[in-house]
Design a protein around this ligand. Structure first.
Ligand code: C2E
Ligand code: MG
Length: 323
């Protein structure tokens, strides 16, 4: 049983609103098994208003093309050359503020709008790949993040393929990233990964080792790449056991036939550790922050020498105001 309590009642309010506030408090602990009692407070009210605004703003934001795709390059550890990129969504609001996904994706994941948003991001990536193909630039495969909710719809792969056909892009140019935690949770996701691979997409397991990890499942999921979550490389900075563990883990994943990518690489030392551990690809702010598509395209047109050392070129930072 959960209780929601609205104390210090404003008696000028209509009775229904007073009850709503108590219900709001109660709903805030719906998925929380540690608490049975919640008190209504002003932060709750503000969050409720914000969520309402986000709900209403979604259609408008899609229509006004406020969701924009940034691309973060992926580099070969061996050559330090760009070998692909990951598409990351941002919300560029009419006031110029760029909002990071952590502030809106959880909400859209809850109300299911993320499915539409993922297709939207995917189409932007297809447009980008169509454009680069025409100008003879080869960006390497671009990965897109796919929410677990897509596994509910048997038409998902077909819808993605139709978008690609519209823009004349081959599925092998796209990698579908699904989070490890989701893959474990849902049987359907494993089927979705199968159908992605059958359709010619590459697949990747994202945020590997973040939260609880079920190593035995890795061998059962159809994958090309495994992306190690940031925690692994951060641990290496702290103690030598972290480095030894990382090395063994990478060796094991490679022996299973996966390409290993490490995310969130922030220093030359980390790159060195990853090189010694045999990691294949790296992604992180040390090499390049996520860039808008124009910046990424410009970077790809640079001579090889500059392209692989873009961290020294400050003009290629995402820039702008962020929230
Ligand atoms: P992710 O897929 O694990 O993406 C990597 C995140 O790490 C990105 O955060 C990226 O900006 C950040 N990052 C990259 N290099 C560094 C670094 O050196 N240091 C640090 N501290 N962070 C770094 P971002 O863009 O905020 O995205 C967060 C998450 O939102 C993504 O995590 C992904 O799970 C989700 N996401 C982003 N775009 C989409 C989308 O279009 N659809 C779906 N379903 N999820 C998305
Ligand atoms: Mg990802």
């Amino acid at each position: 049983v959960n209780y929601g309590i609205y104390e210090n009642v404003d008696k000028t309010l209509p009775f229904t609103l007073i009850c709503d506030r108590a219900f709001l408090a109660m709903k805030s602990i719906r998925d929380d098994y540690e608490h049975q009692i919640a008190f209504y407070d002003d932060e709750m009210r503000k969050r409720h208003i914000r969520n309402g605004q986000m709900e209403n703003a979604f259609v408008e934001a899609i229509r006004n093309e406020e969701f924009v795709v940034y691309l973060q390059p992926k580099y070969s550890v061996e050559t330090e050359e760009i070998v692909g990129a990951e598409a990351l969504v941002r919300w560029r609001r009419p006031d110029g503020i760029v909002v990071k996904p952590e502030h809106f994706l959880p909400f859209y994941e809850k109300n299911g709008k993320i499915v539409e948003l993922d297709f939207y991001v995917f189409e932007q990536v297809a447009v980008f790949l169509e454009k680069t193909k025409r100008s003879g630039i080869v960006p390497g495969p671009v990965s897109v993040n796919v929410s677990a909710l897509h596994a509910e719809d048997p038409q998902t792969t077909q819808r993605y393929l139709e978008i690609l056909q519209k823009h004349g892009v081959d599925p092998s140019m796209i990698q579908m990233e699904l989070k490890e935690t989701d893959t474990i949770r849902y049987e359907n996701i494993r089927n979705l990964l199968h159908s992605f691979q059958q359709a010619g997409f590459q697949t990747a397991l994202d945020n590997f080792g973040v939260g609880s990890s079920f190593l035995n499942l890795v061998g059962e999921v159809p994958l090309n790449d495994v992306k190690l979550g940031r925690g692994f490389i951060e641990k290496c900075e702290k103690d030598h056991r972290g480095t030894a563990f990382l090395k063994q883990l990478i060796e094991m994943l490679k022996s299973l036939g996966f390409q290993v990518v490490c995310e969130g690489v922030e220093s030359a030392r980390q790159v060195e550790v990853l090189k010694n551990a045999g990691c294949d690809l790296v992604q992180g702010n040390w090499f390049s922050m996520p860039l808008n598509t124009k910046e990424f395209e410009n970077m790809l047109s640079l001579p090889g020498e500059l392209r692989c050392r873009c961290r020294e070129h400050t003009e290629y930072t995402a820039g702008g105001k962020t929230e």
